[in-house]
Design a protein around this ligand. Structure first.
Ligand code: SAM
Length: 286
């Protein structure tokens, strides 16, 4: 029975192991059972599922996941947490803890060995300092995925959902919306964590599309252009991409392609839809 997910038990475990929080690892542990239950329900975890948890901390959400999933793989970077996880997860025989940096783990291979290559669900209260590389890494490496349900900084959750013409629209919005359908499930106050983060938090669910909503000849190429387009946000799209020096593409090449697509040559990246970026990438294909 999951017994973590409240302040009393969390403090007891932390004190027993003389645990010292590492700010550099983005350690804010959940202490609210109600939120934990809602995350696991929102992720739609069932007894069929193999779940990847990134950053189990002291194993709080892991306990809830282990009770609902067939199998849980939890990847934790902080080796001081490993003996704690062995203790808090000792009652579950369906959890594997891996002491590693998620950005260095070959998740494709994990999915092959643990789930015969079938899609997994990712559920996590993410370390906020590496939210974007984690999400982009999972999508771009083609890991078989059903969905990603994650706690992130509130602004980042908003950024994943917005469309063109808003200040938060950027490379992350386009990547998320190319690969998945995003939905914010809830906003979570700082009082639900120990220690309390000094930013707002939100749980967002990204359900992977079986087919992307737009056609593009080479998605990696498109995202290279998209990154260049938003690297210099305040410049025109033609200048940003022209300055990036990608495969000899000049400002004039971009202006000419924009003209062919019926777009103004001084347009900014933030005004283009995903469809328009896809068309531009095809036009500029090298
Ligand atoms: N899941 C726990 C909870 O909800 O109480 C802890 C969440 S805490 C926000 C983030 C966790 O990710 C910490 O345990 C931290 O040590 C771990 N972490 C940070 N960077 C990591 C990385 N690169 N790879 C794996 N785990 C990481």
């Amino acid at each position: 029975m999951a017994y973590l997910g409240n302040p009393g038990k969390t403090i007891e475990v932390l004190e027993r192991y003389h645990f010292v929080f590492q700010k550099r690892f983005g350690q804010n542990f959940l202490i609210d059972a109600n939120i934990l239950e809602k995350i696991v329900a929102g992720a739609g975890v069932t007894g069929e599922d193999c779940v990847l948890e990134i950053g189990p901390g002291i194993g709080t959400m892991t306990q809830y996941l282990a009770e609902h999933a067939r199998e849980v793989i939890a990847v934790e970077i902080d080796k001081a947490l490993i003996p704690i996880l062995q203790d808090t997860l000792s009652g579950y025989d369906n959890v594997t803890v891996i002491n590693d940096d998620i950005l260095k783990v070959d998740v494709n291979r994990l999915v092959q060995t643990k789930n015969n290559g079938r899609p997994i669900k990712v559920v996590a209260n993410l370390p906020y300092y590496i939210t974007t590389p984690i999400i982009m890494g999972l999508f771009e490496s083609g890991v078989p995925l059903d969905s990603i349900t994650i706690m992130v900084q509130r602004e980042v959750a908003d950024r994943m959902q917005v469309g063109p013409g808003t200040k938060d629209y950027g490379a992350l919005s386009l990547a998320v919306q190319f690969y998945a359908s995003p939905e914010v499930l809830m906003y979570v106050p700082a009082t639900c964590f120990m220690p309390r983060p000094n930013v707002g938090s939100a749980v967002i669910r990204l359900v992977r599309y079986s087919n992307p909503p737009v056609q593009v000849k080479d998605e990696k190429w498109m995202f290279r252009l998209i990154r260049a387009a938003f690297n210099q946000r305040r410049k025109t799209l033609a200048n940003s991409i022209g300055n990036a020096g990608i495969c000899g593409i000049t400002r004039e090449h971009v202006q000419e392609a924009l003209g062919r697509l019926g777009l103004a040559e001084n347009i900014r990246g933030e005004a283009l839809t995903l469809e328009q970026f896809a068309a531009l990438a095809d036009c500029l294909m090298r």
